[in-house]
Design a protein around this ligand. Structure first.
Ligand SMILES: Nc1ncnc2c1ncn2[C@@H]1O[C@H](COP(=O)(O)OP(=O)(O)O)[C@@H](O)[C@H]1O
Ligand SMILES: [Mg+2]
Length: 472
């Protein structure tokens, strides 16, 4: 294997090793600090970190070191080269006495090691668990998101070629390529992190990489209760809904926490069930054993070979699923999903983009029409009313908190109207002096019609959760 090939496989080994030593997800009882995306633009939200600025000598020396390694040590094991870095550096310095302005030798050695064994300058960010996103806007601007805050780091690539070399390392093992003829690519690191890359001439700043890191420790129901996203009673209620195999739709805006809630709801599914998950970009992390994860595929360069959510939903019906979990329903797949829910695939879960439960129902109607079957509105509404049992509406409120603002029962069809009934809602009282929204999540006092169905399934919820607690 050539040195380059070995370096490529090395970086993957590296990340996989990391994964194996990580302990699997356990319930965290202490709530994490809330991470809220800042509304500010990148530049105003950005803060400098305190890594020292690097000198020209630094980059020149690094360049020389690489040339030397590729020329002289091409056949050696990468670990041996790394172990021998000190002597390599002194040998090069002997021949290049002018290169003295190196302000941090440890950083230099660390970076060379990262280039050889990992993903170059951004490797430390990928290994840092407090970093959730990494963004490379050309060689000189690398941003990282920590605790919901975007920070401009001092990390720099040498030049565009250096960024391209790291990109090659990411996409080559997946059999993908990135070059002028295919200048955009979606890929994934071995640890599950999602990568998007777009390069010049489309990206004017230079090769641009966006990485959404795979969370090793996804939020649990305890976390969501701790954040005030929902109450203990609502949590018990949603758990009972999942166990009773109701069909549940999580609705909300972008970034409102739909996928996170879907993941938490899915965790309530019995270990005995065969679960098929369908997503555009796999984000769900289920702890159950019997899970089949499916992911869509974009069209290739010739515009062919696309596999849509709809294709996967249809295929999943032939896979004998007990539960179908769909990441996000956006189009014609809504029809297939509703038909599945209506024909014995109870207990399915999905999310969709909308502002209220009523809006969600209206949007589903439109999505069903996108399937291209000319169904009368009444028939579509029958499908929706028959299929859906619960809509969970989630919002990111103005103060940045994420709340489940409605848990709503889909009761059925009366005439032409789909009847919706809130079981829990968010009551807002006002704002405090810091602009934080004051309010609370309360039951409406109505017991859902499916309560009996739950009882028949052997799931007994105290009726008291449907009545508001009197505070003293
Ligand atoms: N209940 C919550 N409280 C606080 N932060 C949350 C909550 N749910 C999700 N988040 C954070 O919000 C961001 C977006 O969440 P995600 O579930 O992907 O939203 P959506 O699927 O609606 O776009 C993530 O960074 C996630 O960690
Ligand atoms: Mg989502």
């Amino acid at each position: 294997m050539s040195l380059l090939a070995r370096i490529q496989s090395k970086s993957h080994e590296h990340i996989t090793d990391q994964m194996i030593t990580e302990v699997p997800i356990e319930e965290v009882v202490v709530p994490k600090e809330e991470t809220i995306l800042s509304d500010n633009t990148i530049s105003s939200a950005a803060e400098k970190d305190n890594t020292p600025e690097l000198t020209n000598d630094y980059f020149e020396l690094k360049n020389l070191i690489f040339k030397y390694i590729i020329k002289e040590r091409n056949d050696e094991d990468i670990d041996e080269i790394v172990a021998d870095l000190d002597s390599i550096i002194s040998e090069i310095l002997n021949d290049n006495e002018g290169l003295t302005n190196i302000n941090d030798w440890n950083i230099l050695k660390e970076e060379i090691k990262n280039d050889l064994t990992g993903y170059g300058p951004i490797n430390p960010l990928l290994l840092d668990e407090s970093v959730t996103e990494v963004m490379v806007n050309g060689p000189k601007h690398v941003y990282a998101e920590r605790n919901g805050k975007l920070v401009l780091t001092n990390i720099k690539f040498r030049d565009n070629e250096h960024v391209m070399a790291v990109l090659e390392k990411i996409v080559a093992p997946l059999g993908r390529r990135i070059d002028e003829s295919s200048p955009m690519v979606d890929a994934r690191l071995m640890d599950g992190s999602r990568v998007n890359a777009i390069i010049p001439p489309l990206a004017l700043n230079g090769p641009t990489i966006t990485i959404r890191k795979f969370s090793k420790d996804p939020f649990t129901i305890r976390d969501l209760i701790g954040f005030g996203t929902l109450t203990e009673e609502m949590a018990n209620f949603t758990k009972a809904c999942v166990e009773a195999k109701l069909n549940i739709f999580v609705s909300g805006g972008t970034g409102s926490g739909k996928t996170t809630t879907l993941n938490v709801l899915s965790s309530f599914i019995s270990n005995k069930d065969r679960i098929v998950t369908i997503e555009d970009a796999a984000e769900l992390q289920l702890g159950q054993e019997h899970v089949v994860s499916l992911e869509t595929r974009p069209p290739n360069i010739e515009g062919k070979g696309m596999i849509s959510i709809r294709d996967l939903v249809r295929n999943s019906l032939r896979m004998r699923p007990d539960r179908i979990v769909i990441g996000e329903v956006r189009g014609g797949e809504a029809l297939d999903m509703l038909q599945a829910m209506n024909t014995g695939h109870d207990g399915s879960l999905a999310t969709g983009h909308s502002n209220s439960p009523r809006d969600m129902v209206a949007r589903l109607e439109t999505m069903v029409l996108m399937a291209g079957m000319e169904l009368p509105v009444k028939a579509i509404r029958e499908q929706i009313a028959g299929a859906l049992d619960v809509i969970i509406q989630q919002s990111r409120l103005k103060d940045g908190t994420r709340r489940i603002t409605n848990i709503t029962e889909v009761q059925g069809l009366e005439g032409d109207i789909i009847v919706l009934q809130d079981i829990f809602t968010f009551k807002q009282f006002g704002l405090d002096e810091n602009g934080k929204i004051l309010g609370k999540l309360v039951p409406t006092g109505i017991r859902p019609k499916f309560y009996e169905r739950m009882e028949n399934e052997g799931i007994h919820l105290p009726t008291s959760i449907f009545t508001e607690k009197v505070e003293n």
